[in-house]
Design a protein around this ligand. Structure first.
Ligand SMILES: *Cc1c(COP(=O)(O)O)cnc(C)c1O
Length: 377
């Protein structure tokens, strides 16, 4: 597949040639752990499914194409993908991280990986002076999310890449934007990570993670780690992500249209103190959002009067289901303080208890607005 084709075409075809033996147009679910060899060591490119599996290989080629990278890798979850990147480093290495990240990323870095001697600095990535001042000889990685979870803050990927000296990798968690909206490798980042559980899968029926990158040596190291550590997705899960991605571009367009209307509605509502959405003119980084993102995405957060009101509203919606996760076709609502971000409570990156987060789905906008209206009443 020629990777210069348009995104919409790649999303449907990249990595997914018709099956050579049967002509099946959909990538088969190669539900097998092992592969018969002609003679010892003489196989057809596959010897064991932890190392390689054809359904997973199709997904890996697809994600590389979508992010404009040379290489893709698929994992059992977004956290497994993140963990595998961090295993490139060793005790004593230093990592700079944005201070508004997915709660599970905070937990993995601070409560697991810091026990192995990795050192983390949590910073506001919009304060470029502070980022520069935090650099040390041992700094090996800048980890960033944009937009962030749950406050929808942006980081200027190209500017941060420029700020990093040689030898410091930049990894971007691109889960919220999805590759249809922004492609960090094209802005100079070294590695892109996604929780494919979210927009890539898009139907709340699979947990997975993917990476995309250009550097051959780093790819070889990550591929080695993927096999050595073994947190790989099964063929069925790989298939579900392949299938989900085919409609990513039209889903994201609708998610974004609905989210913008909802953000505007909330901004005018007296019960809402603040709305966080990069598509609003009131968002402090709206100009950067316009420059860096094609779509503003489906995630909207809001600050209500207090924790009690936030909890009540989260329980009152009828179409917005009260659940963790995001990025599916159906709308979800959640209370980060007690749900997705509970692991950051009392930490330097704790979230406001009055915050409510929406993952706006692709249902009819009028039904979504009516649901929020009655829940805020
Ligand atoms: C969900 C999520 C993750 C973790 O991915 P899993 O697939 O749940 O392991 C990481 N980053 C962001 C931004 C997420 O939303």
């Amino acid at each position: 597949m020629n990777n210069d084709l348009h995104f919409e075409t790649l999303a449907i075809h990249a990595g997914q040639d018709p099956d050579p033996t049967t002509g099946a147009i959909m990538t088969p679910i190669y539900q097998t752990s092992t592969y018969v060899q002609r003679a010892p060591g003489e196989h057809q490119g596959y010897d064991y499914s932890r190392s390689d599996n054809p359904t997973r290989a199709a997904l890996e080629a697809l994600i590389a194409a979508l992010e404009g990278g040379e290489y893709g890798l698929a994992f059992a979850s977004g956290m497994a993908a993140t963990d595998t990147i961090l295993r490139l480093f060793k005790s004593g290495d230093h990592i700079i991280v944005g201070n508004d990240v997915y709660g599970g990323t905070y937990r993995l870095f601070e409560r697991v990986l810091s026990r192995y001697g990795l050192q983390f600095s949590w910073l506001d990535l919009n304060n470029h002076d502070a980022v520069q001042a935090a650099l040390r000889p041992e700094t090996k990685l800048l980890w960033l999310e944009t937009p962030t979870n749950p406050k929808l803050e942006l980081a200027d990927i190209a500017a941060l890449v420029d700020l990093m000296p040689d030898g410091v990798m930049v990894a971007v968690d691109n889960t919220f934007a999805s590759p249809v909206s922004q492609q960090p490798l094209r802005l100079g980042a070294d590695i892109v990570m996604h929780s494919s559980t979210k927009y890539l899968g898009g139907h709340s029926d699979v947990v997975g993670g993917v990476l995309a990158l250009n550097d051959q040596e780093t790819h070889q190291q990550l591929k080695f780690l993927q096999n050595a550590v073994g947190s790989v997705p099964g063929p069925m899960d790989s298939f579900l992500v392949l299938r989900g991605v085919k409609t990513l571009h039209i889903r994201m367009e609708r998610h974004s249209e609905n989210a913008l209307q909802i953000a505007r509605f909330l901004e005018d509502h007296p019960a809402v103190r603040q709305v966080y959405y990069p598509g609003l003119e009131s968002h402090p980084q709206h100009e950067l959002a316009k420059r860096q993102m094609k779509y503003f995405g489906g995630m909207v957060s809001m600050l209500l009067e207090n924790e009690e009101v936030a909890r009540q509203m989260s329980s009152r919606t009828k179409i917005f289901a009260l659940a963790e996760s995001l990025g599916g076709v159906e709308s979800l609502i959640e209370h980060p303080y007690s749900m997705t971000h509970a692991s950051t409570a009392d930490s330097e990156i704790a979230v406001d208890p009055a915050l409510v987060r929406l993952s706006v789905g692709i249902e009819h906008i009028d039904d979504l607005l009516a649901d929020l209206r009655q829940a805020l009443a």
